[in-house]
Structure formats: structure tokens, C-alpha cells
Design a protein around this ligand. Structure first.
Ligand SMILES: Nc1ncnc2c1ncn2[C@@H]1O[C@H](COP(=O)(O)OP(=O)(O)OP(=O)(O)O)[C@@H](O)[C@H]1O
Length: 292
């Protein structure tokens, strides 16, 4: 008998998914599966729920939500033997898309029943884990604005991107990695484990979840027309054609913003304000086992 614990974010995506205990019981018959189901009620609640679920030692904990919910659940599973499952009902679903986990409930639950797994690398920024990407440039502002809107939709994301591209002021940034120091003013400082940001868009289409490396993308301040070209490159996954963007592979990087006291950062598509102006990013090779 396999014991599976589901953690459902009821507001993921447009909040219109109808995943609940009754629905899940249809896909996990009680003759073969013991299932428990919890619902998150507020931001970071999935962390509390996952920690509590771990005490009962399930075979796997399934995050039913988007990249934010996956981050909260998966962060608690590092250094445990418990596997992560994903039912992708979020808006962007970048990680699930990279792992080819379909949005269809039938297909996603079939994957969990089959229980094939792979290990993926895990990123760490100061004391927090990330699985998809982090950014301290314009993307942090985009996410801050996106979270302030009532609906988490692609249109809200586009609106947040346009407003941010007008408002964003690049800050002096010192990057230390691979025995190299870069001191620059940047529009984008984006570090990714995954090949997709969500909504099918990517700044790192060649990134791999299991190569032991993080992909860094640096873009300096741009003129208006260059920003439009960049946006098109991201939407159509053609960033390698946008020659102004620099791409590097690394295992760790230190980033300092000397003119700031606190640092705005997006982690797996969620906004954070770190009470420091320096971050250390590293990676844990094969740090998480996921059902795929
Ligand atoms: N009941 C709730 N009410 C409000 N916010 C919640 C609730 N439960 C969880 N959250 C928060 O909702 C946020 C968004 O969740 P999630 O990432 O799953 O969805 P999404 O943003 O639609 O998907 P994606 O990140 O893939 O675009 C997370 O920060 C999570 O902590």
C-alpha cells in the first residue's frame, strides 16, 4: 500500500481547478493507496503542512499547484527520502513543463501512480532553496507587480512586464563567479536551473535540471527597441539570437548590490525582499527526487 500526501493550493492558476479529496480518490483507489489531502490557506502555509506531513513518513508528497507551491513543498523534502510529485495546476508551471508533466489531471495522476523518478539539481540562495530560477533584476520587479494584481494570468504578467520596463532602474551589481568579477549595471541578472520560466517562455532554453550547473543570463541596460527585441526573444525562446545577452554556466555565484541595503529578488516566481545587499547562490547536485 502506497501512502501519498497531497497538498493543494486552491488559488493556483486562476483558482478554477477542481482538485479535491473526492476527485483524487477516483484516481488513487483505496485498495492500493492510502491518501491524505491538505489545502493551503495562505502564502507559505504549504511549508507548515509539508513539515507536518513528513512526520507521518509518506512515500511521496504531491504539490498540486504552480511553481510557488512546488517550491514550498519541495524545500521541505531536501535531505529526506520522500519523493516529490507534481500536479501542475498553476499559472506558469515552468518546472512541470520542463519535466514534461502534463496539466491533464488524468495524465498527471497516472505519472504519480507509475512512480518512476529522477533526481534533479537544487539551487540555494542564501538559506532558501529554488528549483526553477531566481532573479535580482527587472524580473523581481515584474513578479512584485504581478503579485499585486488580483488575477495571476498571462495578461497580468504582460501588464507587469510593460509597467516594469518603464519603471525599472538598473542598479550597480557586483557578480563573482568562476574566478571572475563583473561590476556592472544590469537589466537582467537571472540564474536558472530549469529551461522554462513558465507560460512556455525562457531565458535559458538549453538549461538542464540535472547537469550540476546553473545557467546565468546577464543583460545590460537596453534602449526601447532593444527591450522589444528582448521580449520577443524570450517569448519565442530565441534568446541565443539576442547577442547582447551573456550566458554562463556556473556552480556558485556571489551577487552584491553595493548601493542597496535590502535586495529585491524573485525565487521560483515569488517575490522576496532579503534584508541584505549580498546573496550567495549555490547548487546541490541531485538534491531532489521527483516522480516524472
Ligand atoms: N489559500 C491561499 N490563498 C492565497 N494564497 C495562497 C493560498 N495558498 C497558497 N497561496 C500562495 O499562492 C502563491 C501562488 O501559488 P502557485 O505558485 O501555486 O500558483 P501560480 O502562481 O498560479 O503558479 P505559477 O507559480 O506556476 O505561475 C504562493 O505564494 C502560495 O504560497
Amino acid at each position: 500500500m502506497r501512502y501519498i500526501h497531497f497538498i493543494i493550493n486552491p488559488i493556483s492558476g486562476k483558482g478554477k481547478h477542481n482538485i479535491n479529496k473526492t476527485e483524487l480518490e477516483k484516481h488513487f483507489p483505496k485498495e492500493s493507496f492510502k491518501i491524505e489531502v491538505d489545502y493551503s490557506n495562505y502564502k507559505k502555509h504549504a511549508i507548515t503542512l509539508t513539515k507536518k506531513a513528513i512526520e507521518n513518513n509518506p512515500n511521496c508528497i504531491v504539490a498540486c499547484g504552480g511553481d510557488g507551491t512546488i517550491n514550498e513543498v519541495a524545500s521541505c523534502l531536501i535531505n529526506t527520502k520522500i519523493k516529490l510529485g507534481i500536479i501542475p495546476v498553476g499559472s506558469g508551471n515552468g518546472l512541470a513543463s520542463n519535466l514534461s508533466i502534463p496539466k491533464s489531471l488524468d495524465k498527471a495522476t497516472e505519472i504519480i501512480r507509475k512512480d518512476n523518478t529522477k533526481f534533479i539539481d537544487v539551487g540555494k540562495v542564501n538559506e532558501q532553496y529554488f528549483f526553477s530560477n531566481v532573479g535580482v533584476g527587472i524580473d523581481a520587479l515584474i513578479i512584485k507587480k504581478y503579485e499585486s494584481y488580483t488575477k495571476r494570468t498571462l495578461m497580468s504578467y504582460v501588464r507587469a512586464s510593460i509597467a516594469s520596463s518603464i519603471q525599472f532602474t538598473p542598479m550597480q551589481t557586483i557578480l563573482s563567479f568562476n574566478n571572475q568579477i563583473i561590476n556592472t549595471k544590469t537589466l537582467i541578472v537571472f540564474i536558472s536551473n530549469s529551461n522554462e520560466m513558465g507560460y512556455g517562455m525562457s531565458l535559458t532554453p538549453k538549461a538542464s535540471l540535472d547537469d550540476g550547473k546553473l545557467d546565468l543570463v546577464l543583460v545590460p541596460q537596453l534602449h526601447f527597441l532593444e527591450k522589444i527585441t528582448l521580449a520577443m526573444s524570450v517569448i519565442f525562446n530565441k534568446i541565443e539570437k539576442f547577442k547582447i545577452a551573456q550566458h554562463k554556466l556556473l556552480e556558485k555565484i556571489s551577487i552584491e548590490m553595493p548601493d542597496k541595503i535590502f535586495l529585491d529578488i524573485q525565487i521560483d516566481g515569488e517575490f522576496h525582499n532579503f534584508k541584505t545587499n549580498t546573496i550567495e547562490i549555490s547548487m546541490i547536485k541531485s538534491g531532489l527526487e521527483i516522480i516524472v
